[in-house]
Write a protein that binds this ligand. Sequence first.
Ligand code: SF4
Length: 371
Amino acid sequence: MPASPARQKARRQAVPDSAYPRLLLAWYDRHRRALPWRALPGQAADPYRVWLSEIMLQQTTVKAVGPYFEKFLARWPSVAALGRASQDDVLRMWAGLGYYSRARNLFACAVAVSRDHGGAFPDTEVGLRALPGIGPYTAAAIAAIAFGRHCMPVDGNIERVVSRLFATEDALPQAKPKISQLALTLAGEARAGDSAQALMDLGATICTPKKPACALCPLNEDCAARARGDQETFPRKAPKVTGKLRRGAAFVVTRGDELLVRTRAEKGLLGGMTEVPGSDWIAGQDDTIARQQAPALPGVARWQRKPGLVNHVFTHFPLELVVYTAAVPARSRAPDGMRFVKIATLQHEALPNLMRKVIAHGLGDGKPIRR
Ligand code: SF4
């Protein structure tokens, strides 16, 4: 059973985030996968083996890579030996592993390391990224595993673990920088490479996309998504945008500490949910026409247009709303079919996400409305 939210909170206060690397490493020391390219405990990692495996593992499974890795290592035991090979030989040995541009880049990289770096891989992410075929993930993986640099490679597996651990609500791909920052908090300063491999193993074997084995996870007591019981819904993904853009206006009207709302019709999109008054949402909506659909409120001299827009994506169409605001005097009555509710109690209303965004934008404090 997950810990209760109160216990989670207490534990979070007792166990600082700096404990994550220690918990992860203790787990890794007991449960690390034995992989042909991995150094044994206490041994220094060989940059050539790390690089070779990381290039092969791009878009390919651990199981498929194993025999190819052994074959390459037997034929070309060092980067210098690989750099002296012919590209045709490398491509022949690679046959069956797919994505042949990787093989061409592998060979080009071996040549570059031999020719430009005296046969030694650069030991920083920046230096590694300058080599053919090495992108951000691979550079971070090699820098951490082979050179102990304090960095964390972040692939889909690690994004999943991190987004669950911290219950990251931001959707991918926009959430990538945030997830990378959070992932780095899981890397130990002293054993950065083992931290990276621990997280890789955790994502591959425990924190799987479906039915993660949370009971066996070393971070389970501190996992925010597990505490909520919705871990399988992470990472959040931005919905695919389909359909034509619709546009409209929303009107955020305050009366002191209250907000004007209404309930949507039972049938149809967001049926029965609470919203602020708004215009129709139609493709090619004209701003002036949308604004004319503002609620009739005696005492509103002029509407203020909030800078910026609120964007939202429904299954069948994306929506863009202009938000207008107005403050009405204390005695103003709500128009027919609408009501004023205390802003402080909005969390009790059936507010769809779109309206949460509209209200946060209209009230201008940028604060999310509590659920
Ligand atoms: S507790 Fe479960 S969801 Fe959370 S990180 Fe561990 S395996 Fe993943």
